[in-house]
Write a protein of this length. Structure first.
Length: 62
């Protein structure tokens, strides 16, 4: 039974580790999703600003 108990302890330790690691990775995914959203918004803002500065070729200019 000692080997069974030691095997059970090892599995419980591994389970605790995997749960903690899963929580860390889920936190990382949330952070990355927020950063991706922030970058998308920044890109949209910059593209809008560039579009406003770009001259309209149909406006003539003569």
């Amino acid at each position: 039974m000692t080997s069974e108990a030691s095997g059970l302890d090892a599995l419980q330790r591994e389970n605790r580790y995997l749960k903690a690691r899963n929580a860390e990775l889920q936190s990382d995914v949330s952070s990355l999703a927020a950063e991706a959203q922030r970058l998308r918004e920044e890109l949209e803002r910059l593209h809008g600003r560039v579009a406003l500065r770009r001259p309209n070729p149909l406006s003539g200019g003569q």
